[in-house]
Structure formats: C-alpha cells, structure tokens
Design a binder for this molecule. Structure first.
Ligand SMILES: Nc1ncnc2c1ncn2[C@@H]1O[C@H](COP(=O)(O)OP(=O)(O)OP(=O)(O)O)[C@@H](O)[C@H]1O
Length: 251
C-alpha cells in the first residue's frame, strides 16, 4: 500500500496528529500469525471504518490495540507515547474504550448494576457517578427506560446500547467499536449509529469502527481501510466505495 497522506471526506489532507497508531504490528495464536506487519493510524476526531472478510484479523487488531491480546512485534502509540503491552485498565484510564463483538455484558445483572461496575472499573469517583450515568442517558435516552431490567432479558439492540453506553461511562476520547450491528435490523443499527456520530462530532471523539454492514457504517465514517489476511490492502474515502464493483473487487 502506498504511503500517501490520509485524506478526509472531500479530499482535504488530514493535519490532525494521530491519536492512536500501530506500526509493524504482528501477532497471532499458537504460532499462527493473524496480523502481519500491520500499520494503522487513527487521527484525532475521525471515524475510521475497518472492513474485511471474516477471519481477516479485525477483532484481533482491536483486542491487541486495547491490550487484551499481546503484540508479538511492532509498536502501538497513544498520542505519540508507546503503549505496547499496556493492559486494558491503564488504557481505559488513558482514554480508550472498547465495545467488544458480542456485547460482553453479564445477563444476570441489571443495567444499573452494569453501569455501576463499569464506572468503578474506570475509576469514576462515587460522587460523580449519578451525573455520569445521566450524561450517558442523555446520549442514548432509551437506556434509561430499561435501566432496572436484567441484561439477559433485553433485546439484541437494547443490549448493544447498554454495551456502548457502558463504554462511554469513562468519557473516552477513543472508542473501539467491534461489529455493533451484529444481530440488529438495519433500522435499529441506524438508530444506534446516529447518536454516536452526533457525540463524536460534538466532542471530537475518535472512533475505530469494525463493521460487516459496510453501507451503513460508511455513512458515518470519515475514512475507510480494508483488511485482508492480517494486512491493510486499501485505504480511501467512503465515497470511493460508492460504486459496488469497487467494494466487491476489494473483498
Ligand atoms: N482465541 C483464538 N484462538 C485461536 N485462533 C483465534 C482466536 N481468535 C481468533 N482466532 C483466529 O484468528 C483469525 C482472525 O480472527 P479475527 O476474529 O481477528 O477475525 P475478524 O476479521 O474479526 O473476523 P470476523 O469478521 O469473523 O469477526 C481467524 O482465523 C480466527 O479463527
């Protein structure tokens, strides 16, 4: 892939500093490599959409960036500082949050309990928790309606909202979103993406979005990169993929 400067929608060069970047990232499972010498740059305040086949290594990349899976080689930098090998707790405190594929919420806990645990985990002081919870409810108001229900009784879309709401509790500057559309009807997925895009634009949040539902994801993305067999094979703008044949050729 050429080392051209990244561009934003409309074609202007991106001048903001990278907020999160990986260089030469290599890792895998039991000796089988899944990421090979991979480079990725997330710029301050952008939504970068990452697409690719099942098994391309997208989730592994997310987990490695968030310290849930070790890098075997390469370097990860957060605001220019090396964070390779840092654990999820310290990365959360440094402003990164991840919404894992499959939501990862305890079915037997109520939404309120999940939020309480989430705030404890990222160190929100007790006297700030009510305000923080209300802030998340203001972004995803529907969560407030089922805050007393156990997560196991929620629909897929409601559970996904809770998972995203929990990630926002630490007021992250970087959000890693792994396939938020899984199990959601297209309309529900749009309902979920719209407030996230609004928050991202209002607060200058940086988002790395892995999504199979490419058409919907591209609507809220500033840039897109395509991953194949553990490497980035293409990068460009969402409008470059407006033509289906281009997308098909990359897949
Ligand atoms: N815990 C694990 N142990 C062993 N192999 C794994 C593990 N997790 C993922 N893999 C393998 O690593 C490869 C990449 O998986 P990964 O989940 O990162 O891909 P992906 O692009 O996110 O796929 P999908 O779109 O299906 O979620 C696959 O071959 C997968 O089987």
């Amino acid at each position: 892939m050429s080392a051209q400067q990244d561009q934003r929608r409309g074609g202007a060069p991106i001048l903001e500093a990278p907020i999160l970047e990986a260089r030469g990232l290599t890792t895998g499972y039991g000796g089988a490599l899944v990421l090979e010498d991979l480079d990725i740059t997330l710029h301050e305040g952008e939504v970068l959409c990452l697409i690719g086949h099942n098994g391309a290594g997208k989730s592994t990349l997310m987990k490695t960036l968030f310290g849930l899976h070790p890098a075997e080689a390469g370097e990860i930098r957060l605001r220019g500082e090396p964070v390779t090998g840092a654990d999820p707790k310290s990365l959360s405190k440094a402003g990164i949050a991840m919404v894992p594929e499959g939501r990862g919420i305890f079915p037997s806990l109520t939404v309120n309990e999940i939020f309480e645990m989430g705030m404890w985990a990222v160190g929100v002081p007790e006297d700030e928790r009510a305000e923080r919870r209300d802030w998340v409810f203001s972004i995803l108001p529907v969560i407030a309606e089922f805050r007393h229900r156990r997560a196991g009784t929620l629909s897929g879309g409601q559970a996904q909202m809770v998972s995203i709401g929990r990630a926002l509790l630490g007021r992250p500057r970087i959000l890693l979103l792994d396939e938020p559309s899984i199990g959601l009807a297209p309309k529900l997925f749009q309902d979920l993406l719209a407030p996230i895009r609004e928050l991202q634009q209002r607060e200058g949040l940086s988002i790395l979005l892995v999504e199979q539902n490419v058409r919907e994801a591209l609507k809220i993305s500033d840039r897109v990169e395509v991953m194949k067999s553990g490497r980035m094979i293409w990068k460009g703008l969402p409008e470059d993929l407006a033509d289906n044949s281009k997308l098909m050729a990359l897949y």
